[in-house]
Design a protein around this ligand. Structure first.
Ligand SMILES: [Zn+2]
Length: 428
């Protein structure tokens, strides 16, 4: 009996020591930490703030206030319920009484009613969204076509054009003026709105929906029967795919190339197209392959059948131009070569950067006369036409990219269109 009592006493004693020790440890050694403090450094007109207290270390009250000059402004005060270690609040500096400028934000944690831990953040308060003065914007843009804007910003900000879920960056041309070229690729709806978005350094956002209408364009549909083309197509498909594809049927091979490889290639093109020079490298209209015949247009819908059954679909994103065999391919305009290599369905391909997001693409070439980094002049021969990639019959596939997206080259061949729609983007 005596032994058991002693044991219980010892256990109770050890438990008490444990609890007290654990509490003291939590209070004095385990300091609470706050995640999300950096979100207080830049304060726009309105911001959702989330602070995570971890380890929680008995924190039960959170108080956030600002010091600006000699004033103290309360921003948030609340208790932390059990099992919750996050406080969330909407911060509207002006409503709270803060002025634009510098401020110190203090996050104060209270523990056990007696201990206080403070964290200090130097903040910039800016509740003014950037003002955007539009100097030029197009009145209408054709589905598949291109356009450009010229705008002046009231303060340093990121500015871009947004349309159909795509973003087109702008470039600084001095004095707070920004220019952006943008495209409305073939899948852009006529109901989509072209918007100019500006976001300043602290995150204030200005959105201007442009009155630019998107005009419906007609794209041809084509049905292509694959049966009977096995002999000429299989070796080509296998070359494009590379590796071991012995177990795939003709239709499977075709689907893989026309869908998967095409998607990869377009991703690669978008990636190349997103890194353009911040200067204008081109002048005047773009050149079309000399003495050539258009054999396929931009935006063409292609439905592939095998024995009448639909097996695959794709969209043609450039112009196919046929001339003589191994015709000389001139650079459509001046620029810098940013890609010269094999590009799946496009075969041997050259991409020339003309600056400010504008590029031209030459596919199915025999080989190249240029390499990455070369400066090329308008009209300079960059290669020869052939049938590399997914091409049957010698031709040039010519594409124009804006911000990495393929748009119709037709407009860029047109002197008058460039003069009326694009030149205003570049002039004061
Ligand atoms: Zn083509």
């Amino acid at each position: 009996m005596q032994g058991i009592k002693k044991l219980i006493r010892t256990v109770v004693f050890l438990a008490l020591v444990g609890i007290v020790g654990f509490t003291l440890y939590n209070l004095f050694f385990l300091k609470p930490k706050v995640e999300g403090l950096s979100s207080l450094e830049k304060l726009p007109k309105k911001k959702e703030i989330s602070l995570i207290i971890s380890p929680r270390a008995y924190v039960d009250k959170v108080r956030v206030y600002a010091l600006q000059g000699s004033r103290e402004v309360l921003l948030f005060e609340g208790s932390l319920p059990k099992r919750v270690n996050e406080v969330r609040f909407t911060l509207e500096p002006r409503k709270a009484g803060l002025k634009d400028g510098d401020a110190k934000i203090i996050v104060e944690l209270r523990r056990f009613y007696l201990l206080k831990d403070s964290f200090e953040v130097s903040a910039k308060v800016d509740t003014q969204p950037p003002r955007v003065q539009l100097l030029y914007a197009p009145y209408v843009i054709l589905q598949g076509g291109s356009g450009g804007i010229r705008a002046k910003l009231s303060e340093p900000a990121d500015l871009f054009v947004e349309v159909g879920g795509r973003r087109f960056r702008s470039y600084d041309v001095g004095n707070g003026v920004r220019i952006a070229l943008f495209g409305v690729p073939v899948d852009t709806s006529t109901r989509d709105v072209v918007k100019v978005v500006a976001i300043d350094e602290v995150g204030n956002r200005t959105v201007i929906p442009l009155g630019t209408g998107i005009k419906r364009n007609h794209f041809k549909s084509m049905r292509i029967e694959l049966r009977g083309k096995e002999r000429i197509m299989i070796p080509k498909l296998k070359t494009i795919l590379g590796g071991d594809n012995e177990e795939l049927s003709f239709v499977e091979l075709f689907k893989k190339v026309n869908e998967e490889v095409r998607r990869e290639n377009e991703k690669k093109i978008a990636q190349i197209g997103s890194k353009s020079a911040g200067q204008r490298l081109w002048r005047g209209r773009f050149l079309q392959l000399r003495n050539s015949k258009v054999i396929s247009r931009y935006g063409e819908k292609r439905t592939y059948t095998y024995g009448g059954r639909v097996v695959s679909r794709s969209r043609h994103m450039g112009y196919d131009l046929a001339s003589v065999k191994n015709a000389k391919v001139p650079a459509a305009n001046s620029g810098v070569v940013v890609f010269a290599g094999d590009l799946g369905i496009y075969g041997n391909t050259v991409i020339i950067d003309h600056g400010y997001g504008l590029m031209s693409l030459y596919a199915h070439l025999a080989d190249f006369r240029v390499k990455v980094g070369d400066k090329v002049r308008k009209g300079q021969v960059i290669g020869y036409t052939d049938t590399t990639g997914l091409a049957f019959g010698d031709h040039l596939h010519f594409g124009v990219l804006v911000g990495g997206y393929e748009v119709t080259p037709l407009e860029w061949w047109d002197r008058k269109w460039i003069r009326t729609r694009i030149e205003p983007v570049f002039s004061d």
